[in-house]
Design a protein around this ligand. Structure first.
Ligand code: SKM
Length: 280
């Protein structure tokens, strides 16, 4: 095929995104041309209100689809024709496919977390999992943790209403589990079997630990969503304490694996994409 596949990313402040490289390298390795265009609201001096105009422009230009990131993952929903069941449950979209004049919304963030999680922590204790962060990444990860079989999920967020709201929403879809919201991390961690971190703390520009160090002990498994840097303060501490750990790189790669397949209709080589990612 001599056609070039056009895809992109709509969001604010996205100049450091690794998506262009990940998608373009994978297409090149698979023997076709793909261009991944950053459509950066910050650069354009626009806000989420520009979404309908930017979606229409991408569609008119023949894009196969676009990824959607902060702050547009919820705002994009009214402009779509159809939503996948998982995107509907999560209430957020990170991948829009344009096909036959229609816009289809998907969420590959949750599957992006679920796949490396399944590979890495297969058979680990899912009795009581604490999730830090009820924002965009947190919502997708919470869904993934319940799909993976978590019995009791405790969602901690400084914003009590946000934690409780996400918990109530998910409880409705997973009636046989226990899902609760909480602001007190110390209380949440009592009896926890695993810990997942989905707040910005630990990212470049937001240094620090997302919970008191004394709450991290060797009996926990610890999964991180932050991937910039890959080795966060939390992961360093968890390793020192003897925890089994999973870094945020897996989710970053696997959300792209899912989006690439949706955009192009071809299954990418996930191992090759992971190698590309880790060599960046
Ligand atoms: O959900 C992903 C999105 O698909 C791509 C992205 C990026 O390139 O920064 C971040 C996440 O929101």
């Amino acid at each position: 095929a001599h056609d070039k596949v056009l895809v992109g990313l709509i969001g604010a402040d996205i100049q450091r995104s690794k998506s262009p490289y990940l998608h373009e390298q994978e297409a090149a390795a698979a023997g076709f041309h793909l261009h991944y265009q950053l459509i950066d609201l910050t650069r354009l001096g626009k806000g989420v209100e520009a979404l309908p105009e930017l979606l229409a422009a991408a569609e008119a230009c023949g894009f196969a689809g676009v990824n959607i990131t902060h702050p547009c993952k919820q705002a994009v929903i009214p402009y779509l024709d159809e939503l996948s069941e998982d995107a509907r449950q999560i209430g957020a979209v990170n991948t829009v496919v344009f096909r036959d004049g229609k816009r289809y919304g998907h969420n590959t963030d949750w599957s992006g977390f679920a796949e490396p999680f399944r590979r890495h922590f297969a058979g680990d204790d899912l009795r009581r999992v604490v999730l830090l962060g009820a924002g965009g990444a947190g919502s997708a990860v919470a869904h993934a943790l319940l799909v993976a079989g978590t019995q009791e999920l405790v969602i901690v967020d400084q914003d009590a209403a946000r934690a409780a709201g996400l918990a109530a929403r998910l409880q409705g879809f997973f009636a046989d589990r226990r899902v609760s919201g909480q602001t007190d991390v110390q209380q949440a961690m009592q009896g926890a079997s695993g810990l997942v971190h989905a707040t910005p703390t630990g990212m470049y520009g937001h240094p620090g630990l997302p919970l008191p160090a004394e709450l991290v002990h060797g009996g926990l498994w610890v999964a991180e969503v932050v991937y910039f840097p890959l080795e966060t303060e939390l992961l360093q501490l968890a390793r020192e304490r003897g925890c089994r750990v999973l870094d945020g790189g897996g989710m970053a790669v696997w959300q792209a694996v899912g989006a690439f397949a949706l955009f192009t209709g071809r299954a990418p080589d996930s191992q090759r994409m992971e190698q590309h990612f880790r060599s960046m």
